[in-house]
Design a protein around this ligand. Sequence first.
Ligand code: COA
Length: 189
Amino acid sequence: MATVLDTVRAFFAHSSTFTIDAETPADVVARENLLDRAMGADRRKKSSEQIRRNRLPAEGLALVARDEDGHVIGTVRLWNVEAGITLEGQPIDALLLGPLAVDGAHEGKGIGGALMRTAITEAKNRGHGAVLLVGDAAYYERFGFFADKVRHLVMPGPFERARFLGLELKTGWLQDAAGMIVPSGRKLA
Ligand SMILES: CC(C)(COP(=O)(O)OP(=O)(O)OC[C@H]1O[C@@H](n2cnc3c(N)ncnc32)[C@H](O)[C@@H]1OP(=O)(O)O)[C@@H](O)C(=O)NCCC(=O)NCCS
């Protein structure tokens, strides 16, 4: 993780307006406030939330963006899931990404993109095979997420097919994946 974050820090050093960092327990209140502002109170009713509820994020995959004073201005987390089963009936490990949000006062500075690229690189370095998410294809396609990768998968609850997207970190990982997304991560104590 440190290597990836150092790379991101160096890459954005010229602007020196934000850094990408691992989330700490001290960031939780600021992160939740940011999510309420960015996504509204209804955010907890989403199907993705059913997968996240009472779970911890995947190891090393809760990231924040900080301003120069260390305040949280962006957040992204990824969650362990089983993405359906293979043709042989074996569960397929994957990650569900979300929520991603950037403080409205800092939008359009590349912070969302930096969070996404750092998260994807870190997930790859940790050996994960694929990342799924529900979001605007027009935004996430730039990072390699496409609906056809998850065409035989379903979320556990209402979702818009065109907004359900997948990215393979290992070629062919989702090729025969079919079935429902279920949480598989560590449970909250
Ligand atoms: C979506 C979000 C995370 C983007 O963060 P950001 O730091 O502004 O993103 P970046 O600066 O890396 O990228 C900005 C680019 O993404 C585009 N973009 C932002 N949201 C978009 C969307 N929903 N659909 C298509 N493009 C989008 C911007 O127009 C901009 O395009 P440009 O580079 O051609 O000017 C941020 O706007 C946000 O938190 N929104 C509210 C929460 C939310 O909706 N999250 C889930 C996204 S589906």
